[in-house]
Design a protein around this ligand. Structure first.
Ligand code: ATP
Ligand code: MG
Length: 263
């Protein structure tokens, strides 16, 4: 599913102008990492793509369907094809891992089925398959909040698999994980993305991870796209301008741990 962002501006009701004339076309199956300093508008742009914010200017379409113009059932149908992975997992902590994965069918099957009350055998088998794919089948019956952060993010990925999405928006998916767990989650996320030929837009603060996983780096500064390059092609000077600070070479190297732009 492709993404076409055309002349998008976003000003919040309190007058904060966040996005300014953003034009960006992302091809179906393309893997984009979104970079930029705190407050430059990355999360806002993702929220706009998800249809969670009204646009002040411009249009956004996913797979040829305008997110900003769809309503009701059609918008829900489009959203059911979008997977989101957030820093804070967005799982229901006091339910089992299995039930959280079944929630992936919520947009497709409705609440009652997803709540496991009238859940079909097919969905139950599929949920177990998704959990197995992320290496967590043995945790199916556990309470979700008893899992580690890295495991919970794997549950979020299993839920996305269950949802059968065509596009993934990930907002700092590894920001609250240690470097090793973070890398495992990134590996899994991008394996799943490649297996299913999904489009992905992922916000990251770690440049070395961005270079490693992206096919394309897009940099936002003060709500504008100021950088659009293949990984490892952004110069230190360009990145320094993006973040308004000096960039250490070690931060750009694949496989290094600890280099981090987190808040
Ligand atoms: N609901 C809102 N109402 C008003 N201003 C908002 C709202 N949400 C975000 N902002 C402001 O919009 C700007 C961009 O926020 P956004 O969360 O998109 O940045 P970001 O690039 O994701 O930053 P970070 O790297 O810290 O996550 C910030 O100045 C923020 O304070
Ligand atoms: Mg953000």
């Amino acid at each position: 599913m492709d993404v076409v962002i055309n002349g998008v501006g976003k000003t919040y009701p309190d007058g904060t102008e966040v996005l300014r004339n953003v034009d960006l076309t992302i091809g179906s199956g393309e893997g984009v990492v979104l970079l930029g300093a705190n407050g430059c508008g990355k999360s806002t742009l993702l929220r706009c793509m998800l249809g969670l914010e009204t646009l002040s200017q411009g249009t956004i379409s996913l797979g040829g369907q305008s997110v900003s113009q769809l309503k009701g059932r059609q918008l829900r149908q489009l959203r059911s094809q979008i997977g989101s992975v957030f820093q804070q997992f967005n799982l229901v902590g006091n339910l089992s891992v299995f039930q959280n994965v079944l929630f992936g069918r919520l947009g497709n099957d409705g609440l009652l089925r997803s709540l496991n009350l009238t859940c079909s055998q097919e969905n139950r088998e599929r949920a177990m398959y998704c959990l197995d794919r992320v290496g967590l089948a043995q945790f199916a019956a556990k309470r979700t909040d008893s899992l580690s952060g890295g495991q919970q993010q794997r549950v979020a990925i299993a839920r996305m698999l269950m949802q059968d999405v065509r596009i993934v928006f990930a907002d700092e998916p590894v920001a609250s994980l240690d470097p090793k767990a973070g890398r495992e989650v990134m590996d899994l996320l991008f394996e799943v993305v490649h297996e299913h030929k999904l489009t992905v837009v992922c916000v990251l603060h770690q440049l070395e991870l961005a270079n490693e996983y992206a096919q394309r780096l897009v940099g936002l500064k003060a709500g504008r796209v100021v950088l659009d390059l293949p990984p490892n092609k952004a110069s230190k000077a360009e990145l320094a301008a993006l973040y308004d600070r000096e960039i250490d070479s070690a931060e750009l190297l694949n496989g290094t741990e600890g280099a981090c732009y987190a808040n």
